[in-house]
Design a protein around this ligand. Sequence first.
Ligand code: CNA
Length: 333
Amino acid sequence: MEKIRKYLAQKLRVFDSSKYDGQSQQKTLRELSLNGVVEYIKENENLKIITMAGAGISTCKYLPAGIPDFRSPSSGLYHNLEKYNLPQPQAIFDLDFFMENPEPFFMLARELLPEGFKPTPCHYFIRLLWEKGMLLRHYTQNIDTLERMAGLPPEKLVEAHGTFHTGRCLKCRAPYTLPWMKKKIIEGIIPKCEECDEGVVKPDIVFFGEMLPERFHDLIERDFVQADLLIIMGSSLVVQPFASLVDRVRSNCPRLLINKEKVGVQDRLSRLLGLRQGLVFDTKGSHGGRDVAWLGDCNTGCQLLAEKLGWADELRDLVKKEHERLDAEEKTD
Ligand code: CNA
């Protein structure tokens, strides 16, 4: 079985973390709970943390972030696409469909780029990890630019599915900025290139049929084998290849999921073939156990984590100070 597993891993180019397992003297969690993760962070110096995020970190209801995710029942975007008359929901992010009919995408973009939106406590918690020298990298599927707005430096950020931060003309490739695109999108105008007067300006988000950024492929090779802790927040972990990143850390690296629901758990066929390990919760007995699920709202989870780490005031002050700064900037615009 081991031979088959290794062969398939090689053939299918699936990451095989067992290669790296002997290389670390890593400690593991004493307790499979949020408290266990807190102890682990407090006890280990020079910890390298990777955070992975999805749309759930931006859905926050009580702060202005409030951007709908994809798959949440009733509030998710996929449940509210009837008005766009699409052949199927995914068509809205399909490059061929966009070339023929960009209107539905830009109507949706108005919902994804609300005026006055701000990062959430969860975004600022990630920034705190960076300020404390613990953040190896933040991998996000989000395209909403909230991590940048929260002050995370670009070198710490991998926007796996691209970003609204920049855009370019599909015909002459002329570059455009978010403020330029946003103005048109909010006014309900399809952004047309001012250089060639012909092409539609598409935000640099990755559509179906497009490659993920090179930066993503380059950095996952380097980063994940070094991580001492993986924190996954607000993602259904269904979109590949992002979802499989959880398997790229060493096999003893603790993984904390902060999400409304348990996600990313290994399916039976992958388990049998030893291909996709996925997250393994509720382990008892022989399996050492390293995965913790904290179920609930991402902001509540991050605030609780900050509190247990003794950073609650720092996080609160950071959110307050940064939101005031963003409010002031908006007024002067
Ligand atoms: P998804 O598939 O919609 O899953 C979101 C996950 O987050 C689900 O498991 C939810 O239960 C969970 N969730 C939602 N709200 C919260 C909350 N407040 N606290 C805790 N958990 C919550 O989204 P994914 O990101 O996994 O899917 C990948 C897609 C979504 C990417 O390609 C993104 O580009 C795309 N997307 C991005 C945005 C954005 O940039 N804000 C918005 C909508 C979709």
